[in-house]
Design a protein around this ligand. Structure first.
Ligand SMILES: C[S@@+](CC[C@H](N)C(=O)[O-])C[C@H]1O[C@@H](n2cnc3c(N)ncnc32)[C@H](O)[C@@H]1O
Length: 118
């Protein structure tokens, strides 16, 4: 049996781009939705990888409960979020407000990315 991969993103732009890239791949399915209400049944996946998403949520309990709900038991969850020692936190908090407007002027495509992830 071939491994099946399911991806999920709440953003219409990210969903469209990724779904287009994966079109025609029989092993991959990309859905639009929230990690706080995952459109998958209970105990349906072997592993979840959730990288760089939790920190955008107002609270993380619902998302973590959803990840637990869809995981087979035992299952594997890899969830990342920045710690205070993570250098990108400094970049995001201090440098982005300064660099953001400059980058938006110089690189037009950058504006959309900064908006989606803010
Ligand atoms: C920093 S990017 C990380 C993307 C990818 N996980 C990676 O590591 O490259 C954060 C992504 O989380 C998505 N996102 C934000 N809130 C979400 C939610 N509630 N459910 C699903 N995706 C969400 C954003 O649309 C964005 O594409």
């Amino acid at each position: 049996m071939r491994t099946q991969y399911v991806g999920l993103d709440i953003s219409t732009e990210m969903f469209s781009q990724t779904a287009a890239r994966l079109e025609g791949n029989p092993q991959a399915l990309f859905l639009q939705g929230s990690v706080e209400k995952v459109p998958l049944p209970d105990n349906s996946v072997d592993a979840v990888i959730c990288i760089g998403v939790i920190e955008y949520l107002p609270q993380n309990v619902t998302a973590l409960a959803e990840i637990h709900r869809i995981l087979k038991k035992p299952g594997l969850a890899i969830v990342s979020f920045p710690s205070l020692r993570f250098p990108m936190l400094f970049v995001r908090a201090i440098l982005r407000p300064i660099l953001g407007p400059v980058l938006r002027t110089v690189i037009p495509g950058c504006a959309a990315r900064l908006r989606v992830w803010n």
